[in-house]
Design a protein around this ligand. Structure first.
Ligand code: SF4
Length: 240
């Protein structure tokens, strides 16, 4: 059974290679990390209201929701969706012409990821106070080389130490790209106050400008720098 905190959308993907894409989100319950600045703490643990889906039931629900909402992309996020087996769901959604993106922090990279359309690995930088998954990602060289879709490494940057962490991943991404993997590095502006209500766009854009300047001073060449677009539109609101 897969515990689900929320299924929401259609909305836009606010980050990474598919930024701006119309999509549904499935947020699973459960994470093997507990990042200091996590904006999805409500998804760490199940509560009495958590709905648990069998594989077929969740696939059917997503096909139905995609049809009703006129949407053909689903993002699996969390928590950490890689704690669960989505293989049959990926097959079923593909059979219905629905593409699947996965967002995970990279602690586990199961085989079913080979078949998704976009794999976004988001290693957590030092400000998260969590372990670095660099060795795990590196060890999965074979997985990354044979993944069907695009791979992105996405790192939220909160401070200079995080930026230097991102520079290390730039080298890794560059290595894979030279081996022919469709992979890119995305840096996003860390949301420094996830409990702040209302319009946070001015703060986000100020931090975005600083991040662009920092990248321009660095040796990174092919890199994508983005704000979390959903925070510009909806601030810290959940479920959008
Ligand atoms: S990996 Fe993601 S969901 Fe898990 S604690 Fe960190 S930010 Fe939150």
């Amino acid at each position: 059974m897969i515990p689900v905190a929320e299924i929401f959308g259609p909305t836009i993907q606010g980050e990474g290679p598919h930024v701006g894409m119309k999509t549904l989100f499935v947020r699973v319950v459960g994470c093997d990390f507990n990042c200091a600045w996590c904006d999805s703490k409500f998804a760490w643990k199940a509560d009495p209201n958590t709905k648990r889906y069998g594989t077929k039931e969740l696939a059917d629900e997503l096909v139905k929701r995609c049809s009703i909402e006129r949407c053909n992309n689903v993002v699996l996020t969390g928590g950490n969706p890689c704690l669960y087996d989505f293989e049959a769901i990926v097959i079923e959604l593909h059979d219905h012409g629905i593409t699947i993106d996965v967002e995970t922090q990279g602690s586990k990279l199961p085989q079913w990821l080979l078949d998704v359309d976009l794999l976004v690995i988001s290693p957590k930088a030092p400000s998260s106070h969590q372990p670095d998954v660099y060795e795990s990602v590196n060890k999965h060289l074979k997985l990354l080389e044979s993944v069907q879709g695009k791979v992105a490494i996405k790192i939220p940057v909160f401070d200079e130490e995080d930026f230097q962490f991102a520079e290390k991943y730039y080298t890794l991404v560059d290595y894979y790209r030279r081996k022919g993997v469709d992979i890119d590095l995305y840096l996003s502006v860390g949301n420094t106050n996830t409990s702040e209500d209302g319009d946070i766009s001015r703060r986000v854009l100020n931090d975005y400008e600083k991040l662009i300047q920092r990248v321009n001073e660095s040796d990174m060449k092919r890199v994508f720098i983005l704000p979390q677009v959903h925070t510009l539109v909806w601030g810290n609101r959940q479920g959008v």
